[in-house]
Design a protein around this ligand. Structure first.
Ligand code: PLP
Length: 399
């Protein structure tokens, strides 16, 4: 797997660098600095230090005993990324890129955010390193995720509401790229997932692979064998790539990525790019997109804001073509059922994104043998979703 991506950032026919001329230079500068950092033991030491002391790594690999018993099949292990500082895996990547920004002498970081989780993680790291921070967020998302807007502000970040288009994540990314072009000298753009122009998909995957590296070691310690199945939800795809990557050469390990099926696979009602998506270029990279015949990006829907995006990371598209990873989807209703099920059975309220992965586990564990092992990534905690789920239960809040 070491030759993927190639030097231009291609994962087979996917990936690459589709940006205006003005962004070529900062991307090359970032790529060069990242390459140097990878070879620098001091950088790795610093990263390990902050991951441990500030973020709370390693996260536990927890045997979900009651859920396993209820489902009556494979043994289920949860990788507890929900226990990290700020409540999700996003901080792994923000910390890495924050350290890079500091190495490059950049005093200012910017980010896009949809649900606000990446914005909060970026604002957190910026505060910790004393960097100026600006986060772009669609107006609709600002309203839906008011708590995270307040968190970012308390951490000292400026939150810029974006009014263009659908006023959600896609427009926020456009605005962040525009800012980057005009403030290249002192600014680093912390992109939040395995998406965008090279080197982001490669770099973010490498910052997230700590999830899979730990999980592989932990499952071998606990069960003396490799898992039969890995499961993770797929928005842009960073928590899934982070878990899957260190297992790619283990042929006996099946892997399933779970996209957001929304209200079903109908136009504009879901965000399952591998169900009805097609090849296209969006925001710097070539991958699977939900688009119409004219190439217009389609509306998407998911109960979970973090999975609600029209494109998926290029490495996922390549892994799917090669049949190394399978991709399925969970609908809103199944994710909500899984949300409640995990809360009741294990005392853990998952993020609605992670609940999509749990839904797939609930679907497939009963058909597996009791000596088989499922390892699922619990990418984040559900505090941010509690009021939305409660409103839906009262029947007053259509997501
Ligand atoms: C943002 C987010 C996701 C989706 O992003 P990926 O890049 O696909 O991992 C999943 N889970 C949680 C908890 C998130 O905050």
């Amino acid at each position: 797997m070491s030759t993927v991506p190639d030097a231009q950032g291609h994962f087979g026919p996917y990936g690459g660098r589709f940006v205006p001329e003005t962004l070529m230079h900062p991307l090359q500068e970032l790529e060069a600095e990242y390459s140097r950092a990878q070879l620098d033991p001091e950088f790795q030491e610093e990263l390990d230090y902050y991951l441990r002391e500030f973020c709370g790594r390693p996260t536990p690999l927890y045997f979900a005993e009651r859920l396993t018993r209820e489902l009556g099949g494979a043994r289920i292990y949860l990788k507890r990324e929900d226990l990290l500082h700020t409540g999700a895996h996003k901080i792994n990547n923000c910390l890495g890129q924050g350290l890079l920004a500091r190495r490059m002498g950049k005093s200012r970081v910017i980010a896009e955010t949809g649900a606000g989780q990446h914005g909060v993680a970026t604002a957190t790291v910026a505060a910790m390193f004393g960097l100026e921070c600006v986060v772009y967020m669609g107006v609709v998302d600002c309203e839906r995720q008011a708590l995270n807007v307040e968190r970012m502000k308390m951490l000292g970040a400026e939150v810029v509401p974006v009014r263009a288009g659908q006023q959600t994540l896609k427009e926020a990314i456009n605005e962040a790229m525009r800012d980057w072009v005009t403030h290249i000298r002192n600014t680093h753009y912390i992109l939040g997932t395995v998406y965008g122009a090279h080197p982001y998909p490669l770099m973010v995957r490498n910052f997230q692979r700590v999830i899979g590296d730990e999980a592989r070691r932990q499952i071998l310690e606990k069960t003396r064998r490799l898992p039969d199945l890995l499961v993770a939800c797929v928005g842009g795809g960073s928590n899934a790539m982070g878990l899957f990557y260190p297992f790619l050469n283990d042929a006996s390990v099946r892997m399933v990525g779970v996209e957001a099926g929304g209200e079903g696979i109908l136009p504009n009602r879901h965000a399952a790019r591998f169900q009805g998506g097609s090849l296209g270029v969006l925001q710097g990279t070539c991958s699977y997109l939900l688009q119409d015949e004219q190439g217009q990006i389609q509306l998407t829907h998911s109960v979970s804001a973090g999975l609600d995006y029209a494109a998926v990371g290029p490495e996922h598209a390549w892994l799917r073509d090669r049949r190394r990873v399978e991709y399925t989807y969970a609908k809103d209703d199944a994710a909500l059922d899984a949300f409640h099920r995990l809360a009741r059975a294990e005392g853990i309220i998952p993020a609605l994104e992670s609940a999509h992965a749990i839904a797939e586990v609930i679907r497939c564990a009963p058909a597996m043998a009791p000596d088989q092992v499922i390892l699922v990534n619990l990418s984040g905690r559900g505090d941010k979703d509690v009021s939305q789920v409660a409103a839906r239960q009262r029947g007053s809040g259509a997501a």
